[in-house]
Design a protein around this ligand. Structure first.
Ligand SMILES: [Mg+2]
Length: 252
């Protein structure tokens, strides 16, 4: 099932880690695929479950790699979480995550409160997590009105294409110790990113093509939303898939 009707597609939604780049290195052919879709008149988005950096920092990283991108075409689970918290007036929120994730929330005008009597909890990917951070977050979680997770990814492909523990490493600590589940998961495979893009661009989810390297997040999200998808790096007769992102050039 390797063919799709390009005319039906309005928006191409690229994953980042393992699709456009590994760590600080762009994947060969990625930029050509982005350019080719733009030349066909498609709008593009760059989406990531990674919540350590702000939207602006991700945008700047893409620019440094030579990718043709606008800041508003970048969506991360952290950015969307901050938008969601603002919209639903989740103030007094403790953030288990990087300083950059905290500034993303403050930039959106959300009241961040880094103490154990906070009312709400947001869990992001946090490679520098300490036992003290965990302790405060678990205490917040036990009494929180809402626990939001940026995502529950087990692992993600990083530097040199190697796998690293993902945000799921942080959410599982909190869920286990506080003995309760997160109330909301923002990132993939949740369809919130697709809904956000559809609302802004006034398109249907069936007009979106998702391109990603992880079946459990990218492809399940696309299937749930009724969007089309291409899986990179696997050969699977049940899923539209290619070995390398550059192979997509033959399909456009
Ligand atoms: Mg990926």
């Amino acid at each position: 099932m390797n063919n799709f009707n390009l005319d039906e597609i309005e928006i191409v939604m690229f994953d980042l880690d393992g699709t456009i780049y590994y760590g600080d290195k762009i994947i060969p052919g990625a930029n050509d695929v982005v350019k080719q879709f733009r030349e066909c008149g498609k709008r593009v988005y760059f989406t990531t479950n990674n919540s350590t950096k702000t939207r602006k920092q991700i945008f700047e990283r893409l620019i440094k790699m030579g990718v043709d991108v606008l800041e508003e075409e970048v969506l991360s689970s952290g950015y969307l979480a901050a938008k969601y918290a603002k919209k639903h007036q989740f103030d007094n929120i403790y953030i288990l995550g990087s300083d950059d994730l905290i500034s993303e929330f403050r930039n959106e005008g959300v009241e961040v409160y880094q103490k154990e009597d906070a009312k709400n909890l947001l869990i992001g990917y946090y490679p520098n997590i300490t036992y003290e951070d965990m302790t405060i977050a678990v205490r917040v979680a036990m009494n929180a009105d809402n626990i939001i997770a940026c995502n529950k990814e087990r692992v993600y492909p990083g530097k040199d294409a190697k796998l690293f523990p993902g945000c799921g490493a942080m959410t599982s600590i909190i869920e286990w110790c506080a003995n309760r589940d997160c109330d909301l998961v923002i990132g993939k495979p949740n369809t919130m990113m697709i809904t956000y893009i559809c609302n802004i661009n006034k398109v249907n989810s069936s007009q979106i093509l998702v391109i990603g390297d992880t079946y459990e997040s990218d492809i399940i999200m696309a299937n749930e939303a009724g969007s089309q998808s291409i899986l990179i790096g696997y050969k699977d007769k049940y899923v539209r898939s290619v070995d390398r992102i550059s192979d997509i050039l033959d399909m456009i």
